[in-house]
Design a protein around this ligand. Sequence first.
Ligand code: MG
Ligand code: CA
Length: 536
Amino acid sequence: MFSWLRKEGGNGAPQVFRTVAEGLSSLYKEVLLPLEEEYFFHEFNSPRLDDSDFFAKPMILLIGQYSTGKTSFIRYLLENDFPGMRIGPEPTTDRFIAVMYGDRDAVIPGNALIVDPKRQFRALSKFGNAFLNRFQCSVSPNSVIENITIIDTPGILSGEKQRKDRGYDFVGVLEWFAERADRIVLLFDAHKLDISDEFRKCIEALRGQDDKIRIVLNKSDMVDHQQLMRVYGALMWSLGKVIRTPETARVYIGSFWDKPLKYDINRRLFEAEEQDLFAEIQSLPKNAALRKLNDLIKRARHALVHAYIISTLRRDMPSMFGKENKKMQLINNLHEVYREIERTYHISPGDFPPMGRMKEVLKDQDFSKFHALKPKMIEKVENMLANDMTNLMQMLPAEEAQSAPEKVVRGGAFAGTEQGPFAAGQGEGADYGAGELQEWVVEEHKTKYDKLFFELGPIDGKVSGATAKKQMVQSKLPNTVLGRIWKLSDVDRDGMLDQDEFALAQHLMQVKLDGHELPANLPPHLIPPSKRGFSS
Ligand code: MG
Ligand code: CA
């Protein structure tokens, strides 16, 4: 196994880290945490990191105004409801929901989550009861979430109302999750693209996490292609005002729910976009170590700047009289402190904490408790950034290569695109071999289905995936759904549909168009008699 031996400066035995996460967690506790504590970093910025922060599964955070399809998006990926899920035209999700893997369906309330040392949510207790009553974990035995966690959030409303009603620091909670997330997905509704001030504030709070942001322009099938172009342009223009580099933020255009497309003129675009987004999600477990490493570097740089600020304030405080006056004066002239530190330590302005918030927190602090600068402590952290991080980075390729196939995100919507004619990159020209025609006991609509089947010009009693695809997309059902129907219908797994299998596919499409769920596996009454004995 690839590992790295770290020699701690003379005191004690060398440490062996088998994984990047192990190394990060140990460096954090030993080197960075003491600095954070010395200068009250947790009270000003983010709470201390727990082991669970380093070892938790990659996390996707969904953010959007209400009714942009956040909950439906999760449901679409899972191809299943999750416990406690609510979807509707009214703003229905009024809470933060961590959708995680578990042996059986269950809902764990926020108050229980924050005392569970195995979960990474303990630090959320600082947001108080009003928040904890609006926080839950939905666990479900769904393979999609075996290797990732998805966070559903309350839809962001516009207007004064929500700020009073929520009774907790909504933006603060978002920030907490954003800092720990591997991906932040901002959802927009192509049909109703208005960006409220509240939503803008939330996006602004994600500053510094820009590299994690991905954008989904959802419900894109609700508009025709001309309108879609306009909406896309308008979205980029609006984002330009809130995200520092909107041109680098990837936008995925699509319709992420399992209903028929309203306008399917952009179907091919949606397919390609979905494949890209799925690939991105599937790569998260593999890239998780790099993300954690990046975030710890970011955090260390912030903690260093913070230490400089606090120790400078301490230096400028009088030892005896006029403390209160001096404190107010220092707060009012905080920009001068920033400038001095910028010059002395060659720090880029982007690494400083937002001045407004810094002033707010400083007001409630007792400056006489602040500590002077401890060069040894600073040096240790700088050393960690210069050497230890580089060493850990060198472990990444080996670790990524080892990141086994079982770590991949699979199942749910990801399964429908893995094989068959609805898989990514499958052209319409594929041809398959021959088979034999078998008969099936005629069902209610079998005659109609058979007529369709023969219109497709079956060869040796079968239609190829490509031929069936042409016919099936007319239903306007999305590809992940059709992909699943295909997998269920091709009972003998020969990549073609015979007459019976085709009838079954048609039946399943009707089931879906009527708004019903597809079976996970074929129940006996759906298996064509000619196919009984095959395992499906
Ligand atoms: Mg919702
Ligand atoms: Ca078949």
